[in-house]
Design a protein around this ligand. Structure first.
Ligand code: GLU
Length: 287
């Protein structure tokens, strides 16, 4: 399935864990502009699945900053914290397919097991350190309260159609990308589907929510390009539509580093306080 023929619907999906900065402004403005140019829809989704880090004041600031930038979106917005039953249902389906297992490894265990890596094998992928497989094969019934749930990638890729692929329209990787099963196993590995203390992981939540919101085009930063393979894989496994992807350039600081939440100096709120206008922000990010 592909979202290419659906009415153009895109979204901006910030996590309310800090101030929006220039990079977020670029992402939101670009998505909004592309939706408008296509006569489509721009949605806002609050990715507050990490309850330990999400804060209501950051969420309020997101609404305020985006409104100030001149953006508009349908309300009420989707919030991941209200979507846990949908993530649980998706997890159940993957479990029924025999693709999940509970993992009790702590970070230190994974580091220790990873100290003797296979020669030439990548150590880090888009989900962080590639899991060495210690708990693989544990039955779901053995799940402890503090366990995370992982995807058995070697099994998962066996269910991928041979022509599984996605379309990217962003500047750095434009074209059609086939999902390579060996690469998924070696360079991505057994990703986390449910994090400790959370009802899902970013990867699971994002595909379930993009499908629910009818997202035809995902417009987001280049830093998430490699994670797209995970998302397209999950879309195939769960029978969800695969959208078109557009990963845009990142806004960097003067030293060429990409901006992070802690870069308060480039927070939109700071520019506002300094008297800049939304047009100034557009100019700063090259729009
Ligand atoms: N919530 C993610 C972030 O703030 C973005 C997720 C996405 O666009 O897929 O980085």
């Amino acid at each position: 399935m592909t979202g290419a023929g659906a009415p153009f619907t895109t979204r901006f999906a910030p996590s309310p864990t800090g101030p929006l900065h220039l990079g977020h402004a670029y992402s939101a403005l670009l998505a909004h502009d592309m939706a408008r140019a296509a006569g489509g829809r721009f949605l806002l989704r609050i990715e507050d699945i990490d309850r330990a880090r999400a804060r209501p004041q950051w969420e309020a600031q997101i609404f305020d900053d985006l409104g100030w930038l001149g953006l508009d979106w349908p309300r009420p917005v989707m919030r991941q914290s209200a979507r846990l039953p949908a993530y649980a249902e998706a997890l159940e389906r993957l479990t029924a397919m025999g693709l999940t297992y509970p993992c009790r490894c702590r970070r230190a265990d994974i580091e220790a097991a990873a100290r003797a890596p296979q020669e030439g094998a990548p150590q880090f992928g888009p989900d962080g350190r590639i899991y060495p497989g210690t708990c693989r094969g544990r039955p779901m019934a053995a799940r402890g309260e503090d366990d995370v749930i992982r995807l058995d990638m070697a099994r998962a890729v066996q269910l991928l159609p041979a022509d599984a692929a996605f379309t990217e329209t962003g500047p750095a990787h434009a074209g059609t990308h086939r999902l390579d099963p060996d690469r998924l196993v070696r360079a991505v590995g057994d990703i986390v589907l449910v994090r400790r203390g959370m009802g899902g992981s970013y990867h699971l939540a994002v595909v379930v929510d993009d499908a629910e919101q009818g997202i035809s085009h995902v417009i987001r930063g280049e830093d998430l390009f490699e994670a797209t393979r995970i998302h397209v894989l999950l879309q195939h496994l769960l029978g969800l539509p695969v959208p078109v992807w557009h990963h845009h350039r990142l806004i960097r600081d003067d030293a060429g580093r990409r901006l992070a939440k802690r870069d308060d100096a480039r927070a939109i709120a700071r520019y506002r306080a300094d008297g800049l206008s939304p047009a100034d922000i557009r100019a700063l990010v090259g729009l």
